[in-house]
Every structure is written in structure tokens, then in C-alpha cells.
Design a protein around this ligand. Sequence first.
Ligand code: M6R
Length: 364
Amino acid sequence: EKGGYEHFMLKEIHEQPKVIRDTINSVVKDGRIVLDEFGLTDEEVKALSQIYIVACGSAYHVGVAAQYVFEELTSIPVRVELASEFRYRKMPLSKNSLVVIISQSGETADSRAALTLAKERGIKTLGIVNVVGSNIAREADSVFYTLAGPEISVATTKAYSTQLIAAYLLAMQFAKVREEITEERFAELLEELNTIPDKVAKILEDKERIQWFASKFSNIRDAFFIGRGIDYAVSLEGSLKMKEISYIHSEAYAAGELKHGPISLIENGTLVISVLTQQALFEKTVSNMVECKSRGAYIMGLTSYGNYSVEDTADFTAYVPKTDPLFAASLAVVPLQLLGYYISVAKGLDVDKPRNLAKSVTVE
Ligand code: M6R
């Protein structure tokens, strides 16, 4: 049942090229993104004045990445909210808004409550859901099914990756309907999106390098993940993977926040993982790496091929293929999934069923 892999998590990490491709193919037909079955009319998309993305855990991290993508491609303001907070806030929800609930299981209690609240307020809802027939899939006005297939490992990998793809496709299609993107840019993005599965497969070919690094660092106590923009979103996810399955205390910071407090924790040997796929923010994050390094941190850089100057500062560097900056989370997350996985394995932990956690959090 684990298809020859030692754990479900590793199997699911390897399924990513296929499930990403399946999710793309489910809505892309002849160079167009077809969302007809979603019940969202072009008029509604044109009239949108606000999007709220509401989710928990890794699905929330997808929302953080998606926010940057929506803002880059469309003029729709986006807010990302933790479902457990959103449900108890007295947020004024603007008319003509869309609440997007992201949930692998479609059963998460807080996400369900957020959906109910949105519906009670008369706001249109869209679920990005993996489990067919789940509560959120049934209750939301429209559903974008991710085609990740059953995910057994408590730590999500392939579902997260397909949720990102769903978010890109929605943002691209909304931009197109609202005439906020040129035909050329749309075609270019679609073409690039189709290369993501092969690029993920390429990263997986290099997994021994991450395994080696993990074996060296399996006994650390703390890790810090830093990045800017979409790299910050990836840092959040990398940090969650690390803590949930490796039991290593880890935190993710927007790199620019370091000097507002967290840098006081950096001392000799502290592991700092710096994500730098966003070319426009590259030098800014490098300067944060330098600040950590000068305080004795051991730096792992994670960047795209070509950015070899990272090695001037980083003690160890992992590379991912180049892609459009908007899609970079889909690639950068893979080495971080592998890192969490291999540290967990090196420590002899129960990778697929980490302590205190459930696959589906159906109670508050
Ligand atoms: O089923 P959902 O997507 O609603 O689950 C949300 C979170 O519970 C989930 O992403 C959790 O954070 C994972 N264990 C992360 O690996």
C-alpha cells in the first residue's frame, strides 16, 4: 500500500508531479481554464470587490502564497484568515466578496464554521477541497476539487501542492475574466504551469542531498525559516513540516521582521533556512542572511539554479529549477518537505503519525 516507500509521506511526496498534473488537467482545456462547473459566473467574478481566503494549518499557508498571486494578477484585494480566528471575529464582510475555504479533508471544524458564517452573512463561498462529498464540498456554493487522491500521512504534502495549483488557476482565470492580464502573459503562465510537474520530479531526483543534510542536523533544537513575499509563505510551510514530524522547535519569519525581535535568538550554530526564489527580493534577504551569519548562525540557502552567489553566505545550498516567481512556492516547498521527512526518519520518529496530531481536526 505504500508502493515500495518506507512511509506514506515519502510516497505522497513522490506523487506530487502526477497529482499536480491531474489537477491542472482537470480544468485546463485547449489553452483555456474552464471553471464553468463552479457556478461562478463571469459577471460575479467581474464584480468581486474582495476575496477572503480562510483555512487552517498548511491550507492557511497556501492562502498566504495565494494572496501574493491574486494581488499580482488581479486588482481584487485579498485577506487571508485563520479559520479559528475568522469564525469569532466581527469582521465587516463586504458585499460582492468571495470567501474561499481551503481544506484537504473538507471536515476541519473551524473551516466548516467559517463557511457557515459566510453563508449566513449572504457571502458567496468557494471550497478548494480534496475529499469528494466532504462537508465543505457539500456546503460551499462552488467547489474546486484538488485531485491529490487519498492522503494518509498526517503531514500534508501532495494536498498542499494541489491546493497551490488550484489557487494559481483561479487567480489566472479571474484576471482573464476581468481583463487584467494580457493574452500573452496568460499563455506564458499557463505554459510555465505545465512545466511544474517535471520540475518537481527533477527536485526529487536530488533528494539524497537533502537526506545527507538532514542526517547532519537531526539533533538540533531550534530552526528558523526566513523569506520574503512568496518565500515567506513557503517558510511558514517548511517550518510547520519541521515541527510537526521532526519535533524540532521551528519558527518562520518574514525576513524583514528579524531585527524586530527574533534575531536575539540567533547564536553560534543556530540553523537558519533562508528561502530566496523571488528575484526582486533576493538582495534584501541576502542581507538578512548575512546578519544571521555574523551572529554565528549556520545557514541553509534554498534558491533557484543560477543564483550561485547565495553560496557566498550560505553554508549549504539547495537549488530548485527556475520558474515564474508566482509559482515558486510549488518548487521551493519540496526540499523543505524532504528535510522535515528525513530529519524525522533520522530521529526514528513515527513520520506518518506524529504525536498529538490527527489527520483531520473535526473538533475545535
Ligand atoms: O483538512 P484540512 O486541509 O482542513 O486541514 C488543515 C490542517 O489541519 C492541516 O493542513 C494540518 O496543518 C497538517 N497537519 C499540516 O501538515
